[in-house]
Design a protein around this ligand. Sequence first.
Ligand SMILES: [Ca+2]
Ligand SMILES: [Ca+2]
Length: 371
Amino acid sequence: MSRSFVLSLVLPLLFLFSCQSNPEKADEVKRKQDSMASCEKNLPGRFGATRDTSTFSTNKVDHAGMVYIPAGEFNMGAADQEGGEDEYPQHPVKLNSFWIDVTEVTNADFKRFTGATGYVTTAERKPDWEEMKKQLPAGTPKPPDSVFVAASLVFHQPKSITTLNDASQWWSWVKGADWEHPQGPKSNINGKENYPVVHVSWDDAMAYCKWAGKRLPTEAEWEFAARGGIKNALYPWGNEAVEKGLSKANTWQGNFPLKNTGKDGFYGLVAVKKFKPNGYGLYDMAGNVWEWCSDWYRPDYYQTLSRVTANPQGPTDSYDPMEPTVPKKVVRGGSFMCNASYCKGYRVTSRMKTSTDTGLEHTGFRCVSSN
Ligand SMILES: [Ca+2]
Ligand SMILES: [Ca+2]
C-alpha cells in the first residue's frame, strides 16, 4: 500500500495549517495564529502502544559527555513579538541544578542501547489498530491490513508545492524507514555514528534515557540550558539573526521546502558538534534535530504560571487545539528544516509538539540527570 494512501487516509481527518512565518506584518498575524499548530501537524502518528521497559536494567548515570548546569532562575517564554501564542506570557522559573548531554544522542549511543537491551523502536513495529482508533474520530473504518506496516516519516524535497500549509507535500510515510534506515530500507547509517539518532518516538527516547540512568529534560530545563546563561536572548548564541555572520546552526537556507542553498555547509542532517557550542558548552541546541522534552504540550500552559514556579513539570494533560484527540509532547530547538520563511524553531522559546508515537527524520533527543 502506498504511503500516499496512508496520508490521504489520515490527513483529511485533521486540520492543515503551518507555522509559516513571514517578515511582512500582515502575514505575521497569520503566522502567530498558525504557530498554534505545529510544523509537522497533520502527519500520521505511529499509533503504537508504549513498550514495556520494566525489565530494563538501569545503568548508573555516567557524566561523561554531560555538563553541569547550576541552579538558577530565569524568565521562560518569549519577551519579543515574534513568538507563537503558546510562548506567552514570559514567566519566572526557578530550577534546581542538573546535568545535560552536551550533544544530541547519536546513532552510536543508540546502538549501544539497542545492543544491550534488544529494544525495538516504534518505527520498527507495525501500527496497532486498537491504539490508532483512540486518535481518530469515532466510527472511522479500519483501513486494510496492508496499511499496517512498520514505517516512519521521511523528508523529501518536492519540486513544487501548492501551499506551505500542507506538510504531506514534503513528508512521506516510508515503509522500512527507521533509525538505522533514515531514508528507507535502502539507506543506512554507515559512517554516520556521530549523527543524531532520528525516527525515535517519545517512547523510544524515554526507554533510552531509562537505560542510561537519565531522563528527558523538562521543557523548562531545556530552555534554561539552551539560553546558555545569556539573559533574554533570542537564540542560544545571542540575538544575531541566524543568517548573519558565521554559520551558527544547522538550519535551512533558501526557499523552504523547494530550495536549500546549504549556505551553512549542510543540506540535511549532520554529525553533532559542527557548530560552536552555547555558553554552557552545549551543541546544536538550535537546529539539526528537534529534541523531545518530558512535558505534555498545552498552548495555554504558561498562562497558568504567573508567580515564580520551581521546577515546572508541564501540564498534567495534553491539548493541541488542532488535533484534540492526539496526546502530544513538547519538542524544542528546531531542525535542519527550519527557516525564517517557514518556522523559526531555533528560537530558544519556540515550542512545537509531536504525538508520543511518532518518529520523524528530523526529531531526536538528549538526556539530563538530576544528580
Ligand atoms: Ca543546513
Ligand atoms: Ca537540536
